[in-house]
Design a protein around this ligand. Structure first.
Ligand SMILES: Cc1cc2nc3c(=O)[nH]c(=O)nc-3n(C[C@H](O)[C@H](O)[C@H](O)COP(=O)(O)O)c2cc1C
Length: 302
């Protein structure tokens, strides 16, 4: 008896499936709209050859001539650097690269002059008792080395903007130092040292300096501002790409989600590990979670 019922159910199921197939397989003129077609193979990516891992080779490979190095603790100098670099494409032959000084070999900087029309730009904030930011501590130590050849930056065009606050005793000590030291090492200042005061309006200070900077770039390298302003963007679709170079929502520093580095704040969030995650109610329709996160490595102060 049970076998007969099973056979009957199976027959009904087959009939229903056949009817459904019949209805959806009818020749419908709109069918094509919903068909998934295999995509035509896309053009092969024109790979950008990077001659080596050092910063100068990277700049050469990417056709950049302005190197912007920033010293930032809470992001202002870093934001300003990005803004300055974005404006470079408005000028003939100018393309900038913004880099965290911690990510380069300082000895390579002396070779920047190998790049035609190159400019070395420092945007550096001052902290503590006239101290560098965490990410400029090592380059600051390196610059102070008395052993440096005085022609280390011979003829290298450079510009410095310092970020500080007049209420501190050592106002803009870092900007002042970088500017002075680059001259001592043979660098050629193309615009007066800019000093931004966070106690007044540091954006205004920076914009005024930036204007002078670009005027000087045009004068020094005999280039003009482009008529189109360089704002028309063109995009190319690449089928092959390096997954490590994909933007994944980092606000300030590329790859900051993976390569975590303090100080952490809203723009550079710390990814804390959830160590306890449990429901405090047993059954019923109420819910209350007990969650603990591990922040001992975050160096977040109370
Ligand atoms: C704890 C602290 C210490 C600071 N020390 C100095 C200082 O000694 N001299 C100075 O000119 N500015 C000082 N400043 C001001 C910063 O340099 C200024 O706010 C700058 O814009 C910060 O840039 P950033 O956001 O890129 O880190 C200090 C700011 C803070 C919060």
């Amino acid at each position: 008896m049970i076998e007969n019922v099973n056979l009957y159910c199976a027959a009904i199921s087959l009939l229903v499936a056949a009817a459904v197939w019949k209805i959806y397989s009818k020749d419908n003129p709109n069918d094509n709209k919903f068909k998934i077609k295999p995509m035509a193979p896309m053009a092969k990516k024109e790979t950008e050859e990077v001659g080596g891992d050092d910063i100068i080779s990277k700049m050469k490979a990417k056709g950049r001539n302005i190197l912007v190095l920033y010293g930032s603790q809470t992001g202002t100098a870093e934001d300003f650097s990005a803004g300055l670099a974005r404006e470079a494409h408005r000028y003939e032959k100018m393309k900038a690269m913004v880099v965290d000084p911690e990510e380069i070999e300082y000895e390579d900087l002396g070779r920047l002059s190998e790049i035609p029309n190159s400019v070395l730009v420092f945007l550096v904030a001052t902290y503590g008792e006239g101290d560098p930011t965490d990410n400029t501590q090592t380059i600051y130590d390196w610059l102070q080395d008395e052993e440096h050849d005085e022609s280390l930056f011979e003829g290298q065009k450079f510009a410095v903007f310092g970020l500080g606050n007049k209420t501190y005793e050592f106002y803009n000590a870092m900007g002042i130092y970088f500017d002075k030291r680059l001259v001592e090492l043979g660098g050629e200042r193309i615009v007066d040292l800019g000093l931004g005061d966070d106690d007044a309006n540091i954006e205004e200070d920076f914009n005024a300096w930036k204007e002078q900077f670009w005027l000087s770039v045009c004068r020094t390298f005999k280039v003009n501002r482009k008529e189109t302003d360089g704002t028309i963007r063109q995009y190319k679709l690449n089928s092959e790409f390096n997954k490590n170079r994909v933007f994944t929502g980092e606000v300030v520093r590329f790859n900051s989600h993976k390569n975590q580095r303090p100080p952490y704040d809203s723009k550079n969030p710390y990814y804390a590990k959830v160590v306890v995650n449990k429901e405090l109610h047993n059954g019923g329709d109420r819910s209350c979670m007990h969650i603990e996160v591990e922040i001992s490595d975050a160096k977040i102060r109370d």
